[in-house]
Write a protein that binds this ligand. Structure first.
Ligand code: GDP
Ligand code: MG
Length: 439
């Protein structure tokens, strides 16, 4: 479907303002993409309405097509909906900061408790303590203890006979004695939301007054995750969400709905079973993932922030007509310098890895100054028509630029390769089935 979305983006081109028809076509595809990514339909409806309002009549940036412009709006709205900025973890005025992990069985509470402790120590130099409050299965305590051993991190436990509320209270006392600054309480889960579980969690909450209540949700469960989040939030007034198993192939639309339905931020993303695979949640990256077109979006952003829009358009025109000269080459090089490594940029263009001759145009950034010197030593005529270059001209240019004839030859070859590559690119864009990306 992401492919269809991209096709639609390409179809809508070359207009000065985003028209209602453009938006209609785009939002139809966006809507399908979102639904397919498991975003709640009501959330989708609200979102599409906002997008329509914002996008219609917008001035299209010169470096973008109207289709891309709409996608840009879509991405901004998605990012905003998921919380805009990244969220932080609370720090209590008085140590220890208490974090309570809640969620259904198998969501990843125990694993995430260990990961979070690890992250707090590694990134923020904290010394956390883990607390085993899942007393219903002996294996649950052993699991946490095993994690504690792997991390060389203390695990507080009172076995399976103690009351979870007592365990939590005692654990916090112990943490104070040992000058631990974070206490992470791993609680029990159930297969479904039920009253007994909720009552137990409420009791723990009332007694220890946690600074954070993090709901751990399995991203693979899609729409169910939204209902789970809703009931946990209504009962416990959670402070944030951890979305686990995002390393799977789920598009993670649940993330969007959870934030929209509960209003609570997603703070972390679980990216695998290993203890270092917990990351702060990035709403903008998630937006790309949900739309299923990460690299294209990155490219849109890069294009719009770095390339002078008019120049980009002119360059595109030149690429099409093949009137690309050394003057353009110089200009291009300046743009490339601003944009970062050329290879990075090229590798982001879909289908670009298939283009032959790409290796020859990789430009060592340190050589850019040499290249500029060589081009500046050319006459105007030589820059416009590199074909007239002969050995006496090359000698003169080498002398003038303080380089050698082989260096001049190398640049001429690079220039020709670049020209060839551009021809391939333009052909790809023309071809209906081609995956080329329009600048
Ligand atoms: P709990 O019942 O909520 O405590 O869940 P667990 O922490 O025991 O995790 C259940 C299963 O999910 C375990 O096999 C974990 O290794 C796995 N798991 C947890 N988080 C992630 C994640 O981010 N990615 C993947 N692939 N697996 C995860
Ligand atoms: Mg567990």
């Amino acid at each position: 479907l992401a492919e269809r979305l991209q096709d639609t983006i390409k179809k809508i081109t070359g207009k000065g303002k985003v028209s209602e028809q453009d938006v209609k076509e785009m939002t139809r595809e966006v809507r399908l993409a979102l639904l397919e990514a498991d975003v709640n339909f009501k959330v989708v409806k609200d979102l599409i309405n906002r997008i329509k309002k914002r996008a219609v009549g917008q001035e299209v940036m010169e470096s973008l097509t109207p289709g891309q412009q709409v996608i840009k709006v879509v991405k901004e709205e998605l990012t905003e909906l998921m919380g805009g900025e990244q969220s932080k973890i609370a720090v209590a005025d008085r140590s220890p900061t208490v974090i309570m992990m809640v969620g259904l069985q198998g969501a990843g509470k125990t694993t995430t408790s260990g990961k979070l402790a690890n992250l707090l120590r590694k990134k923020h130099n904290r010394n956390p303590m883990l607390v085993a409050c899942d007393v219903y299965r002996p294996a649950a305590i052993t699991q946490l203890q095993t994690l504690g051993k792997q991390l060389d991190m203390p695990v507080f436990s009172m076995g399976t006979d103690a009351n979870p509320v007592d365990i939590a209270v005692k654990a916090i006392e112990k943490a104070k004695e040992q000058h631990r600054d974070y206490v992470i309480i791993d609680t029990a889960g159930r297969l479904h939301v039920d009253e007994n579980l909720m009552n137990e969690l409420i009791d723990i909450k009332d007694e220890v007054n946690p600074d954070e209540i993090l709901l751990v949700v399995d991203a693979m469960t899609g729409q169910d995750a939204v209902n789970v989040a809703k009931s946990f939030d209504e009962t416990l007034d959670i402070t944030g969400v951890v979305l686990t198993k995002l390393d799977g192939d789920t598009r993670g639309g649940a993330a969007l709905s959870i934030k929209a339905v509960t209003g609570k931020p997603i703070k972390f993303a679980g990216m695998g079973e290993k203890l270092d695979q917990l990351e702060p949640f990035h709403p903008d990256r998630m937006a790309s993932r949900i739309l299923g077109m990460g690299d294209v979006l990155t490219l849109i952003e890069k294009a719009q922030t770095t390339v002078d829009e008019k120049q980009a358009r002119e360059l595109e025109e030149k690429m099409r007509t093949m009137s690309f000269t050394f003057d353009d080459f110089l200009e291009q090089m300046a743009q490339v310098k601003k944009m970062g490594p050329l290879e990075d940029l090229i590798s982001m263009i879909p289908g670009m890895n298939k283009v032959k001759g790409l290796k020859n145009v990789q430009i060592d950034e340190k050589q850019l100054d040499h290249i500029e010197a060589i081009v500046y030593s050319m006459t105007k005529e030589e820059r416009q028509n590199p074909e007239i270059m002969n050995s006496s001209r090359k000698k003169r240019i080498a002398k003038g630029s303080g380089t050698t004839v082989p260096q001049v030859n190398r640049l001429l070859k690079q220039f020709n390769d670049m020209k060839k590559m551009m021809k391939q690119m333009t052909n790809m864009q023309k071809g209906k089935k081609g995956k080329g990306f329009k600048f």
